[in-house]
Design a protein around this ligand. Structure first.
Ligand code: G3P
Ligand code: CA
Length: 357
């Protein structure tokens, strides 16, 4: 049977194969873009600029383009969830000027919501009481309730035209806190990741319990385990807990959707291999805290972790994080660009070969 494969079609086949090889090589060489655009999480609000865990600080973070606002959650004496990092009121409020100590201190759980609402939240770190050119809708620097943070996220979503996410952290390993976080979220319409919500904790026991409770209620909000990066001598990456134990990624993936690990931790550096292994186990990788105030140093740090494949960053300076994330995303060529680059290279190779012959 006459061979119908002409020399021209053979050449075309070879060119197509070469283009495919070059395309695959280019794709492999380019930074592996994260499955979704990396997210910017306002760590305790715009805490590098305004007092942490205040409605003004959360609002500023939204104005700066943060994708999520983070309320750490504590219980008041009368069982209300409030946004407060510490389990005591002394570091971030003027409680000492208004109340005498109780049980030897100023635990959040020793004061009622009404008493806590009389306090003023003061700036810490690089924060101050105001931010040039910004007048918050709520100028009172009070301790907000979890519900007030949710209300702010929703009202801001309407103002900015996209959903402002929330990323609450259970600061106590307490079944009652688990239940109240879930019930508050559900009563506000949060049920899955689509509602732009994450629930985080340092306690794997807490997240394992919330996972069971979510399944029983047909909920599926993503859970994030907090800790440190651990890489064993053989290169195996694990999740280090503040308790000192380490969990395999397979174990973490059985109850959580991702991890959040501390950056610049000498004893537990985050590497591309660590992130790749977490991704291979189906885990998102977020990290904290991006707190460099110098724009040049900050930009370099964001770029470093984004290029490793980081999926989300807790930052005290949402404006700089958004700028760095947007620059990174813009630097990743569209897939169609790869194809054009590949065909161009092959075309050059073919033209060169013809010239030689
Ligand atoms: O949740 C991420 C990060 O906020 C954990 O550290 O102490 O700031 O709550 P911390
Ligand atoms: Ca936190």
């Amino acid at each position: 049977m006459k061979n119908y494969i002409t020399s021209t079609s053979l050449r075309l086949a070879r060119t197509a194969a070469a283009a495919g090889f070059v395309l695959a090589s280019l794709m492999a060489a380019m930074p592996a873009a994260q499955a979704a655009e990396p997210i910017v999480i306002a760590h305790r609000g715009a805490s590098g600029y305004l007092p942490e865990h205040t409605l003004a600080g959360y609002e500023l973070a939204v104005k700066m383009g943060a994708d999520y606002i983070e309320p750490d959650l504590q219980f008041t004496k009368d069982g209300v969830l409030v946004a407060m990092h510490d389990d005591t009121l002394g570091r971030t409020t003027n409680v000492g000027t208004l109340f005498t100590a109780r049980n030897g201190g100023y635990k959040v759980s020793d004061f009622t919501l009404a008493e806590i609402k009389t306090l003023t939240v003061k700036p810490t770190g690089t924060g101050s009481n105001s931010y040039a050119g910004f007048t918050p809708l709520n100028t009172e620097l009070r301790v907000p309730t979890f519900q007030e943070v949710i209300d702010l996220a929703k009202s801001q979503s309407a103002l900015v035209g996209h959903t402002v996410g929330i990323y609450p952290e259970a600061k106590q390993a307490d079944p009652l806190m688990e239940n109240q976080i879930l019930s508050t979220l559900v009563s506000n319409g949060y049920t899955t990741a689509a509602n732009k919500v994450y629930v985080q904790s340092f306690s794997d026991v807490t997240l394992r319990s919330i996972d069971v409770k979510q399944k029983a209620q047909n909920l599926d909000m993503p859970l994030i385990l907090l800790g440190v990066a651990v890489t064993q001598a053989d290169g195996t990456a694990m999740m280090g807990l503040t308790s000192g134990t380490a969990l395999s990624f397979a174990d973490v993936a059985s109850f959580a959707d991702g991890i959040s690990v501390v950056i610049n931790y000498a004893a537990g550096p985050i590497t591309k291999s660590f992130i790749d292994q977490a991704h291979a186990a189906g885990l998102l990788v977020h990290s904290w805290t991006f707190s460099k105030q110098d724009p040049v140093l900050a930009a370099a740090e964001y770029k470093k972790y984004l290029e490793m494949g980081m999926d989300g960053m807790f930052t005290n300076y949402a404006d700089m994080a958004v700028e760095a994330r947007d620059a990174y995303v813009a630097s990743i060529p569209e897939p169609s660009t790869y194809a054009l680059m590949a065909l161009g290279l092959v075309g050059l190779a073919v033209a060169k070969r013809r010239k030689v012959h």
